[in-house]
Structure formats: C-alpha cells, structure tokens
Design a protein around this ligand. Structure first.
Ligand code: ZN
Ligand code: ZN
Length: 173
C-alpha cells in the first residue's frame, strides 16, 4: 500500500495507493480515490497517522515531547540528533519498531556521554533517552551526537554490540 514511484498512467512521481485493472500501482487521481493522503501539516503525500499527519511530522512531535528539556524546547545539544532522526528514510520504523535494529547502545553509557557534551540529567529525560536508544541504531545516535567513528565503535563494543551487525535500513527483515 505504501508504494511510491512513477504512476504508469499519468507519469507523476508520487504515492501509488491504487491499482489498475492489470494490477499495476497507480496514483489516487488515476484510481479515482476520493480520500487524500496529504499530510495536514507539511503536505507530504504518504501514510498518514493520527491527526492526519505524515510519519515524519508524527516523529517530530514524538521526539519533541520525549526530549523536551522542560522549557518546551529540545535541549540544544540534542537538536542534531533530532535532525538526523527526522532525515532518516523510514520514520515509521522508528515510531513502531518491529525488531531491534542491530544492537542498541547501552543507555547508561550514552547518558554519561550526553552529560559530557553538556546535557544535564533531568527528570523524564532518562527514560526518554533509554526509549530512544533502544530503538535507534547506535551508529546513528553516535553520528548525530558528533562522535568519531572510533569513539562510537568503542561505545558500541562497551555496550556489547557489534558494529558490523548493523545494516542500514534493515529494520523489518
Ligand atoms: Zn496517475
Ligand atoms: Zn507531514
């Protein structure tokens, strides 16, 4: 249902939620689907979640809530992390992770490092970060927080994970 691509009928590159008589995926206009799939906030055509928001906008809201530093804003040092997560190809796998994407980084050691880059421990954030790292592949978090490859590899090794077991995009197989 979430096929994207060039509609074989009108040649538009977009979401292809319909089927023609030959079984090809086609766009909603060509399939005469009256329901639309445009995000109410950003206009992106795709799978819409609660409140008619796309996956990316939903993830943005979720992260903003999880990482709120008490002022209604995401703490400055964590903003690159949020940006990185929102740039990922398949935000849905972050919202509803089906399987562990490789080995998650140990939340305790991540917190130590967060403190080092100036993120003070705060009520609520501990569990938020724990939840986040259980879903996020360690290399993604490491990169978002600006660790070097070497540091990140060491962190993952410390946490009992293996770098090579992480395969990008391999979240559902
Ligand atoms: Zn079409
Ligand atoms: Zn959106």
């Amino acid at each position: 249902m979430r096929v994207r691509g060039s509609c074989p009928n009108c040649r538009t590159d977009r979401l292809l939620p319909g089927l023609d008589t030959a079984g090809n995926s086609i766009c909603r206009d060509c399939a005469s689907i009256t329901r639309d799939f445009f995000c109410d906030r950003c206009g992106f055509e795709g799978l819409l979640l609660g409140g008619r928001l796309c996956e990316r906008c939903t993830l943005a809201d979720t992260l903003a809530r999880l990482l709120d530093d008490g002022t209604g804003q995401v703490a400055l040092p964590l903003q690159p992390l949020v940006t990185t997560l929102l740039k990922m190809d398949r935000p849905k796998s972050w919202l509803f992770p089906g399987r562990q994407p490789g080995q998650p980084m140990n939340p305790v050691s991540l917190q130590v490092h967060l403190r080092k880059i100036g993120v003070p421990p705060q009520r609520g954030r501990t569990s938020a970060i724990r939840q986040l790292v259980l879903q996020a592949p360690a290399p993604v978090i490491a990169k978002a927080l600006g660790y070097h490859d070497k540091t990140a590899t060491r962190l993952v090794t410390e946490a009992g994970g293996t770098w090579s077991r992480y395969a990008p995009g391999d979240h559902t197989r």
